[in-house]
Design a protein around this ligand. Structure first.
Ligand code: MOS
Length: 736
């Protein structure tokens, strides 16, 4: 055992200084000799055919090395991999499917030369009338059999919906809509591709180095071992850097063609066409309940938009199936196609949009029944997972409601709409539940303890800005009995032991148990070496009588009897000790339904004359298993709630109906909250000791805190004004 309590401490980010001093090499910062610069040129129409790409003028521009257009490169095909298709036209397919579709890349000696040359390319195309809006798309709707790359059915039912409806005393039947939204990470997507013979190295902005390695290898038809992906720092991903994208493929192809390294950094405006988006949804929701507030039926039909060439369903009903104990349920998906790129995962895909509908409808039901919104949720609390009928691995949702209500002073709420005022501001209080599943994947970790005192812990995971470096350092240091400063955690290189993609909030629950296992195994090995070594002061003692602290190995009863990692290795004549361990979700853990939960409470002030909405207070209480670092965890929550406020009040991507161009594809026109929009937040965790999820009891956290925020705000706006806004974002015009 060790005596080091480091897990849970609010340790500062171990990479914090590197980041704030600008020394952390993000992908586009990596300095490469002989580098060339690629600039992608795109379709400016949303539907039609390419007739000709005239590169003659551009090719003569200064510094131009090569121009690669889609019809010169047979490798630029529609590629199915890991479910998603990246569409680039091929020489056999001249179709334009959306505005912004990549048509090729200019490679030049400098970025400016490449940009200038790209502006000289003439694309002659034949334009057809595109389908852009949901209203247009809805004329051809279909019901997909399965969703989310085949892992979820397109329709889920339990019980008998008709009899559930018949049993209801009160029914809420409404349509909730959410717009297209974009991820907008601060760091745009970037890639540097370099070949050495048949081997490709990509410095890549990615949430998944291993999946990118497999994906690009499949596209280029080379063995994965010939590909190395490096991503040491990522300036946010949120889902838009989860899948392999066509700019990366273009960079690899261009670098092979020009026989020099090629760097492509997407422009901010290209970030609105090249990396996916959160799809627009229209959600029909029915809730039926008895007059005592017991749900008798839930139906949730989610219609979302996808591209012409690939199916991506926004799984809005994911939480609907498991959140409340309701015997009769139907969740169903419908898809319609528009001339846009394919949507993708965006922070809490499914839950973020779907819980806006469900938790708004619950508030409508609470009003209709004249039952307090928390009380209504408690009356329908699911003591087991109502869909799988499995017990929860842990669930502290009731504590989240209770603690949140207490901190927020919910009991002071006057339930009557328009009853609370502050001068000309109408005050409203609203709340909602949050939930997100805890998944995990197989992870390998290598621990190396060196005779010179260095300790390295390595795993091919990612830090997407969330704090992976920091929390894994803490887990390793605690298990090894070392101060955290003595442990270096390495990640972000496909040459390291394999770890899963950083998405779906699985990193902590996947990687932390593996780090703990490998570091514990290394410590045990060290102790064994000491007790077996006649020259050690610990020779012959039992392992259980020995403890490790600050790198010193003591006999518990006699602190003078001590050894150390470095001395043990020196005496054995070893330079280092190396241990690799792997963890996977245990069969036992599959007997439980694994979810994180939370409750969000907000106060809004609505200007009665102007309809302007200001969020004044936020209280979020979350139960996400064991929290590895209260500071990084709190930062995740603050980020998630902030995004939820943006989703509720500001975010919306608009495409012009004629050419399908994203209007205002930049950070000044696409509205997101700034500091002045965000109130003081009170964040609290209900600590759980989940014995089933994994050996450390860690659950998902990253995506959880955006869930429910938009509903809580909409519910608060209703409480303030008596107006129910079922269409996001809630802008002042909708209140006037
Ligand atoms: Mo997350 S939307 O799975 O990156």
């Amino acid at each position: 055992m060790t005596n080091n309590k480091i897990i849970g401490k609010p340790l500062d980010r171990v990479d914090g200084k590197l980041k704030v001093t600008g020394a952390a090499p993000y992908t586009a910062d990596v300095s490469i000799e002989n580098l060339t610069y690629g600039v992608i040129f795109q379709s400016v129409i949303a539907k039609g055919k390419v007739i000709e790409i005239d590169t003659s003028t551009a090719a003569l521009a200064p510094g131009v090395i090569d121009i690669i257009t889609y019809n010169q490169t047979p490798s630029l095909v529609k590629i199915p991999f890991f479910g998603n298709k990246e569409t680039l036209p091929t020489e056999k397919d001249d179709n334009i499917y959306y505005n912004g579709q990549h048509l090729g890349v200019v490679v030049a000696e400098t970025l400016e030369q490449a940009e200038s040359a790209a502006s000289l390319i003439k694309i002659i195309s034949e334009e057809e009338q595109p389908t852009i809006t949901m209203a247009q798309a809805l004329s051809e709707v279909f019901e997909p059999e399965s969703i989310f790359f085949g892992i979820m059915p397109g329709k889920i039912t339990r019980g008998d919906v008709e009899s559930g409806k018949a049993q209801a005393d009160v029914t809420i039947e409404q349509v909730y809509t959410t717009p297209i939204e974009h991820h907008n990470p601060l760091e745009p997507s970037a890639t540097i591709a370099m070949w050495s013979g048949d081997n490709l190295t990509l410095y890549e902005t990615t949430q998944g180095i291993s999946s990118t390695q497999r994906g690009i290898a499949a596209v280029l038809n080379i063995p994965p071992e010939n590909v190395r992906i490096i991503c040491k720092y990522l300036g946010g991903g949120f889902g838009c850097k989860a899948l392999l994208r066509s700019h990366t493929i273009l960079a690899a192809i261009a670098a092979r063609q020009v026989k020099r390294p090629v760097k492509i950094v997407l422009t901010r405006s290209q970030m609105y066409t090249a990396c996916g988006y959160r799809s627009q949804t229209q959600q029909q929701l029915t809730l039926g309940a008895t007059k005592e507030g017991k749900l008798t039926v839930i139906t949730h039909t989610g219609t979302s938009l996808t591209s012409i060439f690939d199916d991506f369903v926004e799984p809005v009903g994911a939480a609907t199936t498991m959140l409340y104990a309701c015997p009769n349920l139907q969740v169903k998906y419908r898809l319609a196609r528009i001339n846009a790129g394919t949507p993708t995962f965006m922070r809490a895909p499914g839950e973020a949009s779907g819980m806006f509908a469900l938790e708004s409808a619950m508030d409508e039901l609470a009003s209709a029944l004249n039952i307090d919104p928390i009380e209504l949720r408690l009356r329908n609390h699911a003591d087991i997972d109502p869909h799988t009928e499995l017990p929860w691995s842990s669930k502290s949702l009731k504590q989240c409601y209770q603690q949140g209500a207490e901190i927020f002073s919910w009991s002071q709420r006057n339930p009557i709409e328009r009853s609370m005022r502050d001068g000309h501001f109408l005050i409203g209080w609203g709340m909602a539940s949050a939930t997100f599943p805890t998944n995990s994947g197989t992870t390998s970790v290598k621990v190396e303890i060196f005779a010179n005192g260095e300790v390295k812990v390595k795993s091919g995971t990612q830090d997407i800005g969330t704090g992976t470096y920091t929390v894994m350092t803490q887990v390793a240091a605690e298990a090894l009995g070392l101060p955290s400063q003595q442990v270096q955690f390495e990640l972000g290189d496909s040459n390291l032991p394999k770890a899963p993609i950083t998405g779906n909030s699985i990193t902590v629950a996947s990687v932390s148990p593996a780090v703990h296992k490998a570091a514990t195994a290394a410590r045990i090995k060290m102790v064994e070496m000491a007790t077996a070594d006649a020259n050690s002061p610990l020779y012959g003692f039992q392992a259980e009588d020995i403890t490790v602290e600050s790198g010193q190995i003591f006999l518990k009863q006699d602190l003078a009897k001590r050894d150390s990692y470095t001395e043990i290795l020196h005496r054995q004549g070893l330079d280092s000790l190396e241990v690799t361990e792997e963890t996977s979700p245990s069969p036992e853990s599959k007997q439980y339904s694994k979810h994180s939960f939370g409750a969000i409470f907000v106060e809004v002030a609505v200007d009665e004359l102007l309809g302007e909405i200001k969020v004044r207070r936020c209280v979020g209480v979350y139960s996400a298993g064991r929290i590895l670092n209260f500071k990084t965890a709190r930062s995740q929550v603050i980020g998630g709630i902030t995004w939820g406020i943006g989703m509720a009040l500001m975010e919306k991507t608009v495409m012009d109906a004629h050419h399908g161009r994203v209007v205002g594809a930049n950070l000044s026109d696409y509205l997101i909250p700034v500091h002045a929009d965000i109130p003081q937040m009170q964040v609290q965790f209900v600590e759980e000791h989940d014995a089933y999820v994994n050996a450390l009891g860690t659950k998902s956290l990253g995506e959880l805190p955006i869930v429910g925020v938009a509903a809580a705000i909409s519910n608060a706006v209703y409480h303030a004004t008596g107006k129910r806004i079922r269409d996001l974002p809630i802008t002042p015009d909708k209140l006037l």
